[in-house]
Design a protein around this ligand. Structure first.
Ligand code: NDP
Ligand code: OXD
Length: 306
C-alpha cells in the first residue's frame, strides 16, 4: 500500500515516522511533482496539481476537521474524503469557548484592568439567566461545546440543519428557526462548517437580532463573519464585543482594524489544534478499515459540503 503525504505548513518527518510506526508495511512518502501514484493521501491544503497527478486515490485524509479548502479543488471522483473526527479537538474547543464565555460573563478583563491600576473594586454580579449562549453547529465540536457550557449552568441554545436532542440544550434547526435562535441568544458561538450556505452568515442583519449587549465568539472560519458589520454593531453599542480565532485572511493583516479594537480579543487560529499522535492513530485505523472494505466515520458529503 502506498501513502502520499502533502500537508502545507506541516513538518513532514514526525508525521511520516508516526504513520510508518503504525503502518509498518506501507510505503509512505512526501509528495512532490511527478511522484509515483499512491493509494491514499494525507493532506492539508494541497495544490490542485496534487490531485491532478494522483487520479487513482481511494482515500483522502484531511488532517483537520474543516474541508472547505479541499472542496474548492477537483478531487478524484472515486476517492472518499475523510475529515478528522474529533481526534482530541473537541476538548480543546470546549476549553477555549468556555474560557471566552466565562471571561466575558465574569468581566475578568475589567477586573484585570482594575488590578493593574491598583484598584480593589467589585462589579455587580450578572445574572447567568441573562447570558444564554447559542451554539451554531452541533456537530462533533459544537455538541461538545454545548455540553461543556451546561456544566456552568448557562442557558444553552443550539442551531443545526437537522433537529437535535441534547439534554438541556434548546434545539433550533433549519433556516426557518434561525431568527428565533438568534433572538434567544446573548452570546453567539460559531462552529459551522464553511459552505456556500454558511458563508457570511454573521452579518449586520443576523447579528442585529442577537439580544442587546450580545457577544460573538467565532472559532470556525473567518469567512462566516462580515468583519465590518461586526465592528459597526460593536461601535453602535448593540454588541459588547467579540473573541475571534479565525479570519478571512490568515495571518490577519497588520493593518486590519480588529488588531486595535478594544472590545475584540484575537487568537491566531489556535482554539483546537490538530494533535499529531491522536490524528495518526485515527487516520491509520481508517486506512486499514477502508482497505478491508469497512465503512469509516467522518466521510465528507461533497454535496452537503461537510
Ligand atoms: P461537523 O461537520 O461535525 O458539524 C457541523 C455542524 O454544523 C452540524 O451540526 C451541522 O448540522 C451544522 N450545519 C452545517 N450546515 C448548516 C446549515 N446550513 N445550517 C445549520 N446548521 C448547519 O463539524 P465539526 O464540529 O467537526 O467542525 C465544525 C467546524 O469547526 C469545521 O468545519 C471547521 O471549519 C471549524 N474548526 C475550527 C478549528 C479551529 O482551530 N479554529 C479547529 C477545528 C475545526 P447537522 O448536524 O444537522 O448536519
Ligand atoms: C480544522 C482547523 O479545520 O484546524 O481542523 O481549522
Amino acid at each position: 500500500m502506498k501513502i502520499t503525504f502533502c500537508c502545507a505548513e506541516t513538518k513532514s518527518e514526525p508525521w511520516l515516522a508516526g504513520l510508518q510506526s503504525v503502518l509498518p508495511t506501507a510505503q509512505i512518502t512526501v509528495w512532490q511533482p511527478g511522484a509515483p501514484l499512491a493509494d491514499h493521501a494525507v493532506v492539508w491544503t494541497p495544490p490542485q496539481q496534487f490531485f491532478d497527478e494522483q487520479p487513482q486515490l481511494k482515500g483522502v485524509f484531511n488532517i483537520g476537521a474543516g474541508v472547505d479548502a479541499l472542496l474548492k479543488l477537483r478531487l478524484p471522483p472515486q476517492a472518499v474524503l475523510v475529515r478528522l473526527d474529533d481526534a482530541g479537538m473537541s476538548v480543546q474547543m470546549a476549553e477555549y469557548v468556555c474560557h471566552a464565555v466565562i471571561r466575558h460573563f465574569r468581566e475578568f478583563d475589567a477586573y484585570e484592568a482594575a488590578m493593574r491600576a491598583g484598584q480593589w473594586s467589585y462589579r455587580k454580579p450578572r445574572r447567568r439567566a441573562d447570558f444564554a449562549v447559542g451554539v451554531m453547529g452541533l456537530g462533533v465540536l459544537g455538541e461538545r461545546v454545548a455540553r461543556a457550557l451546561q456544566m456552568f449552568e448557562f442557558p444553552v441554545n443550539g442551531w443545526s440543519r437537522s433537529a437535535k436532542s441534547i439534554d438541556g440544550v434548546r434545539s433550533f434547526c433549519g433556516a426557518e428557526q434561525f431568527n428565533d435562535f438568534l433572538a434567544a441568544t446573548q452570546v453567539l458561538v460559531n462552529l459551522l462548517p464553511l459552505t456556500p450556505e454558511t458563508r457570511d452568515i454573521m452579518n449586520r442583519e443576523t447579528l442585529s437580532q442577537l439580544q442587546p449587549g450580545g457577544y460573538v465568539i467565532n472559532v470556525a472560519r473567518g469567512a462566516h463573519l462580515v468583519d465590518e458589520d461586526l465592528i459597526a454593531l460593536i461601535d453602535s453599542g448593540h454588541l459588547s464585543g467579540a473573541t475571534l480565532d479565525v479570519f478571512r485572511t490568515e495571518p490577519l493583516p497588520s493593518d486590519h482594524p480588529f488588531w486595535q479594537h478594544p472590545q475584540i480579543t484575537l487568537t491566531p487560529h489556535t482554539s483546537a489544534r490538530t494533535l499529531r499522535e491522536e490524528s495518526i492513530a485515527q487516520i491509520a485505523g481508517k486506512i486499514l478499515a477502508l482497505e478491508q472494505g469497512y465503512c469509516v466515520a467522518g466521510i465528507v458529503d461533497p454535496v452537503r459540503g461537510y
